[in-house]
Design a binder for this molecule. Sequence first.
Ligand code: FES
Length: 166
Amino acid sequence: MTNTVSGRQEQWRAEFPYHWDEDDTITRRELLRFTVYTSGALFAAAVGLAAFNRFYRSRAAGVKPLVRLSELVPGQAFHFNYPDPDDESILIHLPEGRLVAYSQRCTHLSCSVSYQPERERLFCPCHDGAFDPRTGEPIAGPPRRRLPRITLEETNGIIYAKELLP
Ligand code: FES
């Protein structure tokens, strides 16, 4: 009769025919070794992908014409997309005449920064972050890293974006 305790145990063993001894076929050492190797492989893959992405992005964008130098007014900004069509960037003609360009993506949580010449800063409205327009370094709010810089070149009166630097 299967309603007794031993009868129910026999039924349970028949439905789940696993034994503790067979569960121990993988030792803790083997499990640890597998975990370490897997973690190492994932870390190496992440580093490789990051390096490839950085190399590819800086190479793929190439040199891009932006604007004629004669169209830039000191103290004003020119907006463009670089290195990809959806990457907002900003070129600033500083009051002293120097040209600088940055990604507009705030290094805190990626909101878009804008140039405020009257306050001499690049401002992020999301959390009141601010960057120095001369260097791209953070000067207020939560950002801790500088804005990615875009190198520029002038040829025959035209300003070109050359490379996005981290
Ligand atoms: S996203 Fe720019 S300060 Fe937070």
